[in-house]
Design a protein around this ligand. Structure first.
Ligand SMILES: [Zn+2]
Length: 288
């Protein structure tokens, strides 16, 4: 992706090195309303604690505290800059798309952290992976996830990381559009198996919205050779079936909360082709 020398977002909060225990991310409400998207604990994933993009956030862990100021490497500095440019791009795209519908987009904040972090959705360790908390409208990311993507998920490339950020921003868009509330209502009234089906639709919609953003990135001529494939590879790598097979040797469809690799790729690609919010109603789609 062409990102160097471009505008970075001012909505980045750098909490690296501050430790989760003193990050000041607002009061902890554990599995309360704010945590709805993320706090369905998927115990099936052994080695577990995989985060939003992968599975679900486990809240309520103990945060480590440290007084050492964070020393970033040149590589981390570059990655932080990249993330900030991608976030700025999502701000531009979503502001424009909301405005077209007569709506106002409010920017989310992206929190960079290392090790563990406090959010309105609870305390999380970086083992959970990147996540979005509707309770404070913030995206949380430990940049070491970039290495995880390359090594564990075999999804290298800057656009794989861009997809991850765009997916989390997608959850912010869903919160602004009211879809998150809709899902929360299902959570309170349905059985876990039934609710999981909606959770999958919700996650696939975030993938669709990530694709919508990628469409506009392409429109701005920001994509480089291989970028689209990088995103599709990442979307596929974080499919429930792939992750479960990796973790336990087999997949349990009823427990899926994010969709299969095929579905995640398909909805990202659909968003990429459409470039509009319309067409992304995964809740009404007869086929996923
Ligand atoms: Zn998600």
């Amino acid at each position: 992706m062409k990102w160097q020398g471009r505008r970075g977002s001012s909505n980045v909060e750098d909490r690296r090195g501050s430790g989760g225990g003193r990050g000041g991310g607002g009061k902890l409400i554990g599995g309360g309303i704010g945590g709805i998207i993320l706090v369905v604990v998927v115990t099936l994933l052994s080695g577990g604690n995989v985060g939003d993009i992968l599975g679900n956030l486990t809240s309520g862990g103990t945060a480590a505290t440290t007084d050492t100021p964070y020393q970033e490497t040149a590589e981390e500095q570059e990655l932080a800059q990249f993330v900030s440019v991608v976030l700025a791009d999502t701000e531009d795209v979503w502001s424009e798309l909301f405005a077209r519908q007569g709506l106002t987009y409010t920017d989310p904040t992206l929190v960079l952290y290392s090790g563990s972090v406090n959010s309105a959705c609870g305390t999380a360790s970086s083992a959970v992976g990147p996540f979005y908390c509707p309770g404070d409208s913030k995206l949380y990311i430990d940049l070491s996830f970039y290495d995880e993507l390359q090594q564990r998920f075999k999804a290298p490339g800057d656009f794989a990381m861009a997809y991850v950020i765009a997916h989390e921003v997608g959850h912010h868009v869903q919160t602004l559009l009211g879809t998150t509330k809709e899902l929360d209502a299902y959570r309170r009234t349905l059985s876990e198996t039934e609710y999981n089906k909606y959770q999958v639709r919700f996650e696939l919609q975030a993938d669709y919205l990530a694709g919508v953003w990628a469409n506009h990135a392409q429109g701005m001529n920001l994509l480089e050779e291989g970028d689209l494939e990088e995103a599709l590879t990442a979307a596929s790598a974080v499919g429930d079936d792939t992750i479960q097979k990796q973790a336990q040797g087999y997949a349990v469809p009823d427990s899926f909360t994010h969709g299969t690799s095929e579905q995640r790729k398909r909805w990202f690609y659909k968003g990429f082709n459409n470039g509009t919010i319309a067409g992304g109603d995964t809740f009404k789609a007869t086929e996923l």
